[in-house]
Design a protein around this ligand. Structure first.
Ligand code: PMP
Length: 407
């Protein structure tokens, strides 16, 4: 069972009291976005009611409050990721913007024709398209690490792709479509041994696994606030401090500069050099509060409970006749992906919605990995710590009912 009181936890999330089609909402679309506890919602309100200002510490009292709140959130992210310095934490809109930032700065400035980038077959489109765009512009070669029939990275095949032209390996720590946890530390080590830099996409891992950028030793790490119980429109790029300071900014404007004349601009060091203009101050503060919330339960406790739920759900789903689970790696986080004989995935999604259950049915912005398994779309229930075995039971019951009405 749960090592904490799940019903108490559920009460922290106002939206989980909603009714959908007359039924209590069961939120199983956590891989798309997570719900927000009252603590986060209240923190954002508090900011606008008591602290709102642009951040320029010295100007006046509210500026000092807003700056302290914003920089306090940066500190929380640093600790959450176990980064060595707050200067390594850059606030952006989300994982997508963070990856684009790296492609459009470091990538633009350092890669040239015939250099190679390695991605994995598991990647979200956010970790494919920016590299493809850069590749087309520069004449780069993009190579792809294949996965086995369970959806696990093939390290031997990866080793064969690495060579002296490999400049970057960019991969996800957890697959959003299958839930596979990748052997991230090993992938990073092998990339570094070949002289390549490494970006880890933590969008699907931060809410389920302990994040430790120093243990991983990756060069960049990205995630989105909204997938870790924080607001939308805020996310993080972590980068090693030297590397960030050796990279030229992508956007010019206020906040990034030390000195400007009409002829010349001298930029700040990180993080300011990558935070041009007025950022999403309130939501950064909200993200800090989401991290506090996760820490209060404890990420290891969350991991353990979600694993238990995942094993429970997997056991029940795989016994349903005509249900094919896609992504059967032993090491998985949160995600169950399946197709159901006799039904289109959107029909399953609609039937579940009728009963108040929210799941994603679609391609999950990860078309290459679904095609690897011969499908275009799947039904994807995905779990968080506020889900329960009884949520899973309702899902399973409806699937059995669908089974009995169409064979
Ligand atoms: N990477 C992965 C693995 C994801 O699951 C997602 C979101 N589905 C993203 C990147 C992009 O995140 P965002 O849309 O918040 O920028």
């Amino acid at each position: 069972g749960a090592p904490f009181d799940v019903n108490l936890i559920k009460r922290d999330f106002p939206i989980l009291q909603e009714k959908v089609n007359g039924r209590p909402l069961i939120w199983l679309d956590n891989a798309a976005t997570t719900q927000k506890p009252k603590q986060v919602i209240d923190r954002i309100t508090y900011f606008y009611e008591h602290e709102n200002s642009n951040i320029h510490r010295a100007a006046h009292e509210l500026a000092a409050r807003a700056t302290d709140a914003y920089e306090g959130a940066r500190k929380k992210v640093q600790t959450f990721l176990n980064a060595g310095s707050v200067n390594e934490i850059i606030f952006v809109r989300g994982a997508t913007e963070a990856i684009n930032l790296v492609a459009k700065t470091w990538g633009e400035q350092n890669l040239s024709a015939r250099d190679e980038i390695i991605l994995s077959n598991l990647e979200h489109h956010a970790n494919i398209v920016p590299w493809q765009q850069l590749g087309a512009k520069k004449g780069l070669k993009i190579r792809v690490i294949p996965v086995d029939d369970d959806g696990q990275i093939l390290l031997d095949e990866y080793a064969k792709l690495l060579n002296s032209k490999t400049r970057l390996v960019s991969f996800t720590q957890v697959s959003n479509a299958l839930g596979t946890v990748t052997p991230a530390k090993r992938i990073v080590e092998m990339a570094h041994a070949a002289g390549a830099k490494v970006l880890v996409d933590g969008a699907q891992s931060v809410s389920h696994l302990r994040s430790d950028v120093r243990a991983l030793n990756c060069d960049w790490f990205v995630f989105s606030g909204h997938k870790v119980f924080g607001p939308t429109g805020i996310g993080v790029l972590y980068g090693k401090e030297d590397l960030l300071n050796q990279t030229q900014p992508w956007q010019g404007g206020g906040n990034v500069i030390q000195d400007v004349t009409f002829e010349f601009t001298r930029f700040h060091d990180a993080p300011n050099r990558f935070e041009a203009g007025t950022g999403n101050i309130a939501d950064a503060v909200g993200l800090g509060s989401a991290i506090d919330y996760v820490n209060k339960i404890g990420i290891d406790v969350i991991h353990q409970y979600e694993h238990y739920l995942l094993v429970y759900a997997t056991g029940l789903l795989k016994d349903i006749p005509g249900l094919r689970l896609i992504g059967t790696a032993p090491d998985k986080a949160s995600v169950l992906s399946f197709v159901f004989a006799g039904y289109k995935t959107e029909e399953v999604g609609a039937a579940l919605n009728e009963e108040g259950i929210a799941v994603r049915s679609g391609h999950h912005c990860a078309q290459p990995i679904l095609r690897r398994f011969g499908v275009e779309t799947t039904v994807r229930p995905s779990l968080a710590f506020y889900n329960t075995c009884s949520d899973v039971d309702v899902l399973v019951e409806i699937l059995y009912r669908l089974r009995s009405t169409r064979r």
